[in-house]
Design a binder for this molecule. Structure first.
Ligand code: MN
Length: 199
């Protein structure tokens, strides 16, 4: 792992006691042509969905209280959180009570994504698009697919909106957050993960 990536994961490691939690330390990344995305349902003090995109060696992360919508009219609040290591995308299990983020984590959706953020002069690099507070991505997941916009609300804040773009994958009648609760990795629900791996 590069020094640059190490530096960016400092905050992730500072918040956690990784000798007590089974969350990954952040090891070497496996190579892939398309960058990955993952949405982890996290039953912490407040239930939320952690939306993560692999960008430049880390997982850029947002906590989405209501989870993603497939309805373009539903703008979902997404609060930017610290970068996570790439191997966090494979984490499903229980973070011990009393530890940072204590609670159960379920891999709700995952897949690859494509950056489709365009400027007049062509494709804008993802890193740059996020720094400027506006990115468009095409998700290819098991539950969620098609275009999504990530739009920062205020330059000085961590608050963003996650909005489904109005394309063929948009569907106002679907509500996968409530109708498809199980893990795409193991088929388990939150209770089953807690029974299997808790305490
Ligand atoms: Mn979380």
């Amino acid at each position: 792992m590069s020094h640059h990536t190490e530096k960016r994961l400092e905050q992730y490691r500072e918040k956690r006691d990784l000798s007590r939690s089974s969350e990954p330390e952040g090891g070497a990344a496996k190579g892939s042509d398309s960058p990955v995305f993952v949405i982890q349902k996290h039953d912490a003090s407040n239930l939320h969905y952690d939306f993560r995109l692999a960008v430049d060696g880390v997982l850029k992360s947002w906590a989405v209280p209501k989870g993603p919508s497939t309805d373009p009219r539903e703008k979902r609040l997404a609060i930017a959180t610290e970068d996570h290591p790439l191997d966090y995308a494979a984490f499903e299990g229980v973070i011990p009570e009393g530890e940072y983020g204590g609670g159960t984590v379920l891999i709700w959706d995952r897949g690859t994504y494509e950056n489709i953020t365009r400027k007049e002069d062509g494709l804008q690099p993802m890193q740059q698009a996020l720094a400027q507070g506006h990115a468009l991505i095409w998700l290819d997941g098991e539950k969620i697919s098609g275009g999504y916009a990530l739009q920062r609300i205020d330059d000085d804040e961590d608050q963003w909106l996650l909005i489904k773009m109005d394309d063929d994958e948009a569907d106002a009648r679907r509500n996968p957050v409530s109708t498809e609760p199980a893990s795409v990795a193991t088929g388990r629900d939150l209770d089953e993960i807690e029974e299997d791996e808790g305490g």
